[in-house]
Design a protein around this ligand. Structure first.
Ligand code: SAH
Ligand code: DHB
Ligand code: MG
Length: 222
Protein backbone atom coordinates (compact mmCIF):
# COMPACT_ATOMS: atom_id res chain seq x y z
CA UNK A 1 0.00 0.00 0.00
CA UNK A 2 1.32 3.46 -0.85
CA UNK A 3 1.00 6.43 1.49
CA UNK A 4 -2.12 7.80 -0.17
CA UNK A 5 -3.90 4.44 0.06
CA UNK A 6 -2.98 4.18 3.75
CA UNK A 7 -4.23 7.71 4.47
CA UNK A 8 -7.46 6.88 2.62
CA UNK A 9 -7.88 3.61 4.55
CA UNK A 10 -7.61 5.53 7.83
CA UNK A 11 -10.20 8.06 6.62
CA UNK A 12 -12.40 5.09 5.65
CA UNK A 13 -12.07 3.84 9.23
CA UNK A 14 -12.62 7.24 10.90
CA UNK A 15 -15.49 8.59 8.81
CA UNK A 16 -18.13 6.00 9.81
CA UNK A 17 -17.17 6.53 13.46
CA UNK A 18 -17.14 10.32 13.60
CA UNK A 19 -18.68 11.63 10.38
CA UNK A 20 -21.21 9.03 9.26
CA UNK A 21 -23.12 9.82 6.10
CA UNK A 22 -26.89 9.96 5.96
CA UNK A 23 -28.95 9.80 2.76
CA UNK A 24 -28.70 13.56 2.18
CA UNK A 25 -24.87 13.56 2.23
CA UNK A 26 -24.74 10.46 0.00
CA UNK A 27 -27.19 12.00 -2.42
CA UNK A 28 -25.30 15.30 -2.46
CA UNK A 29 -22.16 13.51 -3.64
CA UNK A 30 -24.15 11.38 -6.11
CA UNK A 31 -25.89 14.41 -7.61
CA UNK A 32 -22.58 16.29 -7.82
CA UNK A 33 -20.92 13.37 -9.62
CA UNK A 34 -23.93 12.94 -11.92
CA UNK A 35 -23.61 16.60 -12.92
CA UNK A 36 -19.86 16.15 -13.56
CA UNK A 37 -18.75 18.44 -10.76
CA UNK A 38 -15.12 17.77 -9.75
CA UNK A 39 -14.89 15.59 -6.62
CA UNK A 40 -12.80 18.12 -4.69
CA UNK A 41 -15.12 18.65 -1.73
CA UNK A 42 -13.76 18.31 1.81
CA UNK A 43 -13.59 14.78 3.19
CA UNK A 44 -16.26 13.61 5.62
CA UNK A 45 -13.88 13.99 8.56
CA UNK A 46 -12.98 17.51 7.41
CA UNK A 47 -16.66 18.38 6.97
CA UNK A 48 -17.25 17.23 10.53
CA UNK A 49 -14.29 19.33 11.70
CA UNK A 50 -15.88 22.43 10.16
CA UNK A 51 -19.16 21.45 11.85
CA UNK A 52 -17.45 21.13 15.22
CA UNK A 53 -15.67 24.50 14.79
CA UNK A 54 -19.04 26.12 14.07
CA UNK A 55 -20.54 24.46 17.16
CA UNK A 56 -17.60 25.56 19.34
CA UNK A 57 -18.18 29.15 18.22
CA UNK A 58 -21.93 28.92 18.83
CA UNK A 59 -22.16 30.12 15.24
CA UNK A 60 -25.42 31.67 14.09
CA UNK A 61 -24.02 33.09 10.86
CA UNK A 62 -21.51 31.34 8.61
CA UNK A 63 -19.82 32.59 5.43
CA UNK A 64 -18.48 30.15 2.84
CA UNK A 65 -16.41 31.14 -0.19
CA UNK A 66 -16.59 28.35 -2.80
CA UNK A 67 -19.76 26.19 -2.70
CA UNK A 68 -19.20 23.49 -5.35
CA UNK A 69 -22.07 21.00 -4.76
CA UNK A 70 -22.72 22.22 -1.23
CA UNK A 71 -21.14 19.26 0.60
CA UNK A 72 -19.15 21.36 3.09
CA UNK A 73 -22.13 23.72 3.17
CA UNK A 74 -24.38 20.94 4.47
CA UNK A 75 -21.89 19.98 7.21
CA UNK A 76 -21.65 23.60 8.42
CA UNK A 77 -25.34 24.45 8.00
CA UNK A 78 -26.21 21.51 10.23
CA UNK A 79 -24.32 23.23 13.06
CA UNK A 80 -26.69 26.22 12.90
CA UNK A 81 -29.83 26.84 14.93
CA UNK A 82 -33.10 27.07 12.96
CA UNK A 83 -32.76 30.88 13.09
CA UNK A 84 -29.19 30.72 11.71
CA UNK A 85 -27.89 31.73 8.30
CA UNK A 86 -25.19 30.44 5.99
CA UNK A 87 -24.20 32.43 2.92
CA UNK A 88 -22.11 30.51 0.37
CA UNK A 89 -20.51 32.25 -2.61
CA UNK A 90 -20.12 30.47 -5.95
CA UNK A 91 -19.15 31.71 -9.41
CA UNK A 92 -20.30 28.69 -11.44
CA UNK A 93 -24.05 28.65 -12.21
CA UNK A 94 -24.16 24.87 -12.60
CA UNK A 95 -22.38 24.32 -9.28
CA UNK A 96 -24.81 26.72 -7.60
CA UNK A 97 -27.82 24.94 -9.06
CA UNK A 98 -26.60 21.48 -8.01
CA UNK A 99 -25.76 22.85 -4.56
CA UNK A 100 -29.16 24.46 -4.04
CA UNK A 101 -30.91 21.14 -4.77
CA UNK A 102 -28.51 19.32 -2.43
CA UNK A 103 -29.15 21.84 0.35
CA UNK A 104 -32.92 21.47 0.02
CA UNK A 105 -32.64 17.66 0.09
CA UNK A 106 -30.48 17.93 3.22
CA UNK A 107 -33.14 20.00 4.96
CA UNK A 108 -31.00 23.14 5.18
CA UNK A 109 -32.54 25.01 2.25
CA UNK A 110 -34.11 27.55 4.61
CA UNK A 111 -30.87 28.44 6.44
CA UNK A 112 -28.28 28.08 3.67
CA UNK A 113 -28.21 30.37 0.66
CA UNK A 114 -25.96 30.23 -2.43
CA UNK A 115 -25.07 33.63 -3.94
CA UNK A 116 -24.02 33.36 -7.56
CA UNK A 117 -21.17 35.50 -8.88
CA UNK A 118 -17.43 36.10 -8.51
CA UNK A 119 -16.81 35.94 -4.77
CA UNK A 120 -14.75 39.14 -4.68
CA UNK A 121 -17.71 41.03 -6.15
CA UNK A 122 -20.19 39.41 -3.75
CA UNK A 123 -17.91 40.17 -0.80
CA UNK A 124 -17.50 43.82 -1.81
CA UNK A 125 -21.27 44.09 -2.15
CA UNK A 126 -21.77 42.53 1.28
CA UNK A 127 -19.38 44.98 2.91
CA UNK A 128 -21.00 47.92 1.08
CA UNK A 129 -24.48 46.76 2.10
CA UNK A 130 -23.52 46.43 5.78
CA UNK A 131 -24.07 42.67 5.90
CA UNK A 132 -24.42 41.56 9.54
CA UNK A 133 -21.29 40.01 11.03
CA UNK A 134 -20.49 36.32 10.65
CA UNK A 135 -19.21 34.04 13.40
CA UNK A 136 -17.25 31.75 11.11
CA UNK A 137 -15.89 31.88 7.56
CA UNK A 138 -14.64 28.98 5.42
CA UNK A 139 -12.49 30.04 2.47
CA UNK A 140 -12.35 27.34 -0.24
CA UNK A 141 -12.53 28.96 -3.69
CA UNK A 142 -9.77 29.98 -6.15
CA UNK A 143 -6.42 29.96 -4.37
CA UNK A 144 -4.51 32.76 -6.17
CA UNK A 145 -6.67 35.35 -4.37
CA UNK A 146 -6.81 33.65 -0.96
CA UNK A 147 -5.32 36.73 0.72
CA UNK A 148 -8.02 38.97 -0.76
CA UNK A 149 -10.69 36.58 0.53
CA UNK A 150 -9.06 36.61 3.95
CA UNK A 151 -9.08 40.43 4.07
CA UNK A 152 -12.79 40.45 3.25
CA UNK A 153 -13.44 37.72 5.82
CA UNK A 154 -11.69 39.87 8.43
CA UNK A 155 -14.10 42.70 7.64
CA UNK A 156 -17.11 40.39 7.90
CA UNK A 157 -16.29 38.11 10.86
CA UNK A 158 -16.91 39.32 14.42
CA UNK A 159 -14.30 39.48 17.16
CA UNK A 160 -14.07 36.05 18.77
CA UNK A 161 -15.07 34.42 15.49
CA UNK A 162 -12.82 32.32 13.27
CA UNK A 163 -11.68 31.94 9.67
CA UNK A 164 -10.55 28.66 8.10
CA UNK A 165 -8.86 28.35 4.70
CA UNK A 166 -8.54 25.02 2.86
CA UNK A 167 -5.70 23.69 0.71
CA UNK A 168 -2.88 25.70 2.20
CA UNK A 169 -0.11 23.06 2.14
CA UNK A 170 -0.55 21.67 -1.38
CA UNK A 171 1.52 18.48 -1.06
CA UNK A 172 4.28 20.57 0.50
CA UNK A 173 4.61 22.83 -2.55
CA UNK A 174 3.93 25.80 -0.28
CA UNK A 175 7.57 25.90 0.86
CA UNK A 176 8.80 26.78 -2.65
CA UNK A 177 9.20 30.55 -2.67
CA UNK A 178 10.12 30.45 -6.37
CA UNK A 179 7.07 28.40 -7.38
CA UNK A 180 5.39 29.46 -10.61
CA UNK A 181 2.12 27.90 -9.42
CA UNK A 182 -0.32 30.78 -8.83
CA UNK A 183 -2.11 28.77 -6.12
CA UNK A 184 1.14 28.25 -4.22
CA UNK A 185 1.90 31.96 -4.49
CA UNK A 186 -1.66 32.67 -3.34
CA UNK A 187 -1.13 30.60 -0.19
CA UNK A 188 2.26 32.22 0.46
CA UNK A 189 0.69 35.69 0.15
CA UNK A 190 -2.05 34.58 2.55
CA UNK A 191 0.52 33.28 5.04
CA UNK A 192 2.54 36.50 4.94
CA UNK A 193 -0.62 38.52 5.48
CA UNK A 194 -1.92 36.37 8.34
CA UNK A 195 1.46 36.13 10.06
CA UNK A 196 1.72 39.94 10.12
CA UNK A 197 -1.94 40.59 11.01
CA UNK A 198 -2.31 41.62 14.67
CA UNK A 199 -6.09 41.14 14.63
CA UNK A 200 -5.81 37.35 14.39
CA UNK A 201 -4.10 34.50 16.20
CA UNK A 202 -3.52 31.77 13.65
CA UNK A 203 -1.86 28.52 12.73
CA UNK A 204 -1.76 26.00 9.91
CA UNK A 205 -2.13 22.29 10.48
CA UNK A 206 -1.00 19.85 7.80
CA UNK A 207 -3.48 17.12 6.99
CA UNK A 208 -3.32 13.74 5.27
CA UNK A 209 -6.28 11.61 4.28
CA UNK A 210 -8.49 10.67 1.36
CA UNK A 211 -7.63 14.02 -0.27
CA UNK A 212 -3.90 13.47 0.01
CA UNK A 213 -1.46 15.80 1.76
CA UNK A 214 -2.75 19.30 2.37
CA UNK A 215 -3.68 21.61 5.26
CA UNK A 216 -6.10 23.95 6.96
CA UNK A 217 -5.25 27.44 8.14
CA UNK A 218 -7.22 28.43 11.25
CA UNK A 219 -7.37 32.06 12.38
CA UNK A 220 -9.12 33.25 15.52
CA UNK A 221 -10.23 36.88 15.35
CA UNK A 222 -9.01 38.60 18.53
N1 SAH B 1 -16.34 24.02 -0.31
C1 SAH B 1 -16.65 22.94 -1.26
C2 SAH B 1 -15.59 22.82 -2.34
C3 SAH B 1 -15.35 24.07 -3.12
S1 SAH B 1 -14.41 23.78 -4.58
C4 SAH B 1 -16.76 21.64 -0.49
O1 SAH B 1 -15.81 21.34 0.25
O2 SAH B 1 -17.76 20.92 -0.61
C5 SAH B 1 -14.12 25.41 -5.11
C6 SAH B 1 -15.35 26.13 -5.65
O3 SAH B 1 -15.00 27.50 -5.77
C7 SAH B 1 -15.79 25.66 -7.04
O4 SAH B 1 -17.15 25.35 -7.05
C8 SAH B 1 -15.51 26.86 -7.93
O5 SAH B 1 -16.44 27.02 -8.98
C9 SAH B 1 -15.62 27.99 -6.93
N2 SAH B 1 -14.92 29.22 -7.36
C10 SAH B 1 -13.77 29.32 -8.07
N3 SAH B 1 -13.47 30.60 -8.30
C11 SAH B 1 -14.46 31.33 -7.72
C12 SAH B 1 -14.72 32.72 -7.64
N4 SAH B 1 -13.90 33.62 -8.16
N5 SAH B 1 -15.83 33.11 -6.97
C13 SAH B 1 -16.66 32.21 -6.40
N6 SAH B 1 -16.46 30.89 -6.47
C14 SAH B 1 -15.38 30.45 -7.11
C1 DHB C 1 -9.09 21.79 -5.69
C2 DHB C 1 -9.79 22.73 -4.95
C3 DHB C 1 -10.08 22.49 -3.62
O1 DHB C 1 -10.73 23.38 -2.85
C4 DHB C 1 -9.67 21.30 -3.03
O2 DHB C 1 -9.97 21.10 -1.71
C5 DHB C 1 -8.99 20.36 -3.77
C6 DHB C 1 -8.68 20.61 -5.11
C7 DHB C 1 -8.79 22.07 -7.12
O3 DHB C 1 -9.17 23.13 -7.60
O4 DHB C 1 -8.20 21.21 -7.75
MG1 MG D 1 -10.77 22.84 -0.81
Amino acid sequence: MNDHDRWTAVDDYLAPLFAPHDDALDRALEASAAADLPAIQVSAAQGKLLHVFARMLGAKRILEIGTLGGYSTIWMARALPASGRLVSLEVDAKHAEVARANLVRAGVGAVAEVRLGPALDSLAAMVAAGEPAFDFAFIDADKPVLADYFEFALKLVRRGGAIVADNVVRKGAVIDAASEDASVQGVRRLNALVAAEPRVSATTIQTVGAKGWDGFLLAWVR
